[in-house]
Design a protein around this ligand. Structure first.
Ligand SMILES: NC(=O)c1ccc[n+]([C@@H]2O[C@H](COP(=O)([O-])OP(=O)(O)OC[C@H]3O[C@@H](n4cnc5c(N)ncnc54)[C@H](O)[C@@H]3O)[C@@H](O)[C@H]2O)c1
Length: 308
C-alpha cells in the first residue's frame, strides 16, 4: 500500500500559506469565547467567512458585530434543530453556497458525577451526563451535518473537480493522556479520536479531510480562573489561543493533511505552539498491530475499491 496521507506526520515548522483560504466559508461551533473565538479570528484574518454558533447569544452577537465576514447563529449543539439551522444559515450566507470547513469546537468541562462517590450507605444518584450530551452527542450532530454538506457539494464519486473540504474535531490532552477524575470528559475526547480514525480512510473519496486539534491547558472560560491558577501554580505552562488559531490554519491551508492530530502545546514543547503527536499510526516496529489493522480493513468496501 502506498504511503497514505494519514501516515505522514505534519511538518509543524513549515510556513503557513493561507492564500488558498480566502473567500472560503467555515462553520465553528462554540465560537463566542475562548479557543472557538481564536479559531474565528485566525480564519477571518485569512479571508475566510465564518458562520458560528454558540448558546451564549450576548457574546456571540458582540463578536459578530466586531468582526466583519462573520455571522452568528444562536445554537445549542445538543439540539439537532439548532445545528441544522446553523449549517443552513452558513450555506445560505456563503458567497459560493458551499461550506468548506467545519470546526466542531463546542465543549464543556464540569464536575464529573460519574467519578464522584455518593457516600457510604447512600443509594447512588443517577449521574448528570450533560458533558456527554455536549461533547459527544453535539459533536456527532456536527459530524453528520458536515459530511452531509461536503458530500452534497462534491458528489460521491472521486473526481479532480472536487474542492477541498475539511472537518476539524477538537480533542484535548484528555484524548490521549491519563487525566485522573475526568472520567466523563475523557470519554468523548478519546471518542473524537475514534471518529477521526473511522473517517480518515473514506472522507477523501468525497474530496474531504478530517483532522484533530488536541489543546493542552489554555486559559479560557472552560474552567474557573481559580482552577487555572491552581494548575499554573503547580508549575504547568499553558498553550495560547493565538497558537490555536495558527494550528488550525496550518491544517486547513495544506490539502495534504488528513487523519492527523496536532497538539496545541506550550512553546516549551513546540517552537510554533503546536506539533504532530504522531499517535495516529502504528510505528514501523508494531508489525503485529499493522497485521491486525490490515485484517480489520479487509472487509471494508473502500479498501476493495467498491466505494461508495
Ligand atoms: N481551554 C482548555 O484548556 C482546553 C483544553 C483542551 C481542550 N479544550 C477544548 O476546546 C474546546 C473549547 O473550549 P474553551 O476552552 O474555548 O472553552 P470556553 O468555555 O472558553 O468556550 C466554549 C464556548 O462554547 C460554548 N458552549 C458551551 N456549551 C455549548 C453548547 N451546548 N452549545 C453551543 N455552544 C456551547 C460556550 O458558550 C463558550 O462560548 C472544547 O471542546 C474543550 O473541550 C479546551
Amino acid at each position: 500500500m502506498s504511503l497514505q496521507s494519514w501516515q505522514k506526520p505534519v511538518d509543524c515548522d513549515a510556513k503557513i500559506d493561507t492564500s488558498g483560504l480566502s473567500g472560503k466559508t467555515a462553520v465553528v461551533t462554540g465560537g463566542a469565547n475562548g479557543l472557538g473565538q481564536a479559531y474565528i479570528r485566525a480564519l477571518v484574518a485569512a479571508g475566510v467567512n465564518v458562520c458560528f454558533g454558540d448558546m451564549n447569544a450576548a457574546d456571540g452577537e458582540s463578536l459578530a458585530a466586531e468582526l466583519s465576514s462573520t455571522n452568528f447563529v444562536k445554537c445549542d449543539v445538543r439540539s439537532w434543530k439548532d445545528q441544522l439551522r446553523l449549517f443552513k444559515e452558513a450555506a445560505a450566507s456563503s458567497c459560493s453556497g458551499r461550506i468548506d470547513y467545519v470546526v466542531a469546537n463546542a465543549g464543556i468541562s464540569v464536575q464529573d458525577d460519574v467519578f464522584s462517590f455518593d457516600g457510604e450507605g447512600e443509594e447512588p444518584s443517577k449521574p448528570d451526563l450533560t458533558t456527554l450530551d455536549v461533547n459527544l452527542h453535539g459533536v456527532m450532530y456536527t459530524v453528520k451535518l458536515s459530511m452531509h454538506y461536503f458530500i452534497k457539494q462534491n458528489g460521491t464519486t472521486p473526481s479532480p473537480t472536487q474542492q477541498d473540504t475539511c472537518l476539524i474535531l477538537i480533542g484535548s490532552g484528555a484524548a490521549f493522556l491519563d487525566v485522573p477524575r475526568s472520567v466523563q470528559y475523557c470519554s468523548p475526547k478519546w471518542g473524537a479520536r475514534g471518529v477521526m480514525h473511522a473517517m480518515r480512510r473514506t472522507a477523501h473519496f468525497y474530496g474531504s479531510r478530517v483532522n484533530m486539534i488536541s489543546p493542552w491547558y489554555v486559559r479560557t472560560k472552560i474552567l474557573s480562573q481559580a482552577a487555572f491558577d491552581q494548575v499554573k501554580d503547580a508549575g504547568v505552562e499553558f498553550a495560547t489561543p493565538e497558537d490555536g488559531g495558527q494550528c488550525l490554519l496550518r491544517i486547513l491551508s495544506d490539502p495534504a493533511v488528513n487523519g492527523r492530530t496536532l497538539f496545541l502545546s506550550p512553546r516549551k514543547w513546540a517552537k510554533n505552539g503546536y506539533l504532530d503527536l504522531d499517535l495516529d499510526e502504528f510505528s514501523q516496529e508494531a508489525t503485529f498491530l499493522q497485521e491486525v489493522q490490515a485484517d480489520q480493513i479487509k472487509n471494508a468496501p473502500v479498501e476493495l475499491g467498491l466505494f461508495p
